[in-house]
Design a protein around this ligand. Sequence first.
Ligand code: SF4
Length: 334
Amino acid sequence: MSSRLHPDIERAYCVLDTGEPVSLELASALGRLPESEVLDLVSLANKVKNRYAPGEGGGVHACSIMNTKSGVCGENCRFCAQSKHNSAEVEVYGLVDEMKVLEQARMLHEQGIERFGIVTSGYGYRKVTPEFERILGMIDLLHCELPELQVCASLGVLGEVPAAELAHHGIAYYNINIQVDPDRYGELIADTHSVDERIETIRRLRSHGIAVCCGGIIGTGETLQERIGMIFALQKLDVTVIPLNVLVPIDGTPLEGAAPVSVPEIAKTFAICRLAHPSKIIKFAAGRETVMKDFQGLLMQAGANGFLTGGYLTTRGRDMEADRQLAGQIARFS
Ligand code: SF4
């Protein structure tokens, strides 16, 4: 190891040697590194990723989602176009027909996608409603017609019985994000529901053996130290996949004019997340193309070993063929 490394990065090489996560103290010190040191930190995060969390076939974990119910959500998430508290323009439709979901899943699966997420707008399902039963029917249909496809769901807060039903119907992962440091959720994200309800949902899902995909969003006005707080909160939640989103400011939402976070700071966040979660799947989700543009490859070398491809909920994604090529190039660095 070069003695020219910053002393805090040198200290962080213990993660590469042991596979044990960095302490909160060291993560905070890494958060204070000057921008000129970020590439050395990225290099370490990439080495840790390659040793402890190589993606599928040495490449990346890719998944795709479908917004199966859009808009008119009663919650007031500040980043979201689908909240009826916001005035963003968004498509509005109720739960789509299961054949439409099958058609989309089949198209994605034929293009090589192995994980497909059913996403709905709204608070969630405390009880099994007729709408929730329709979603269970979609899951069954996908299992029957596309048996090799892993089916995931992102349906908001869940009560005990809906969580048990999802386990019974065999979903691969359930996505529910804490978004920011839990202490700041009410201020930075929403106050029509609490982060505790989301954390309770995660515990409930885990008690039923469902693997959880839970992460956050960069750029809501949080400080880097608060972002590190979010990363460490995830350590206590036994999550399997950590999606990191970079805010795409949408007109008509309270965050439409949010100041962009610099590329080095985002790279630093990804790298610290990898050092705090050496063996987890860390996915680069929204903002990859629209915000990071030419730098998305850098973030895939900063500890991420997966991405969401083929479009997001209310913003467009990137051409899947371009993503396939990106995944191939990333594998060459592994
Ligand atoms: S993120 Fe989900 S819960 Fe929040 S406003 Fe958007 S659709 Fe509603």
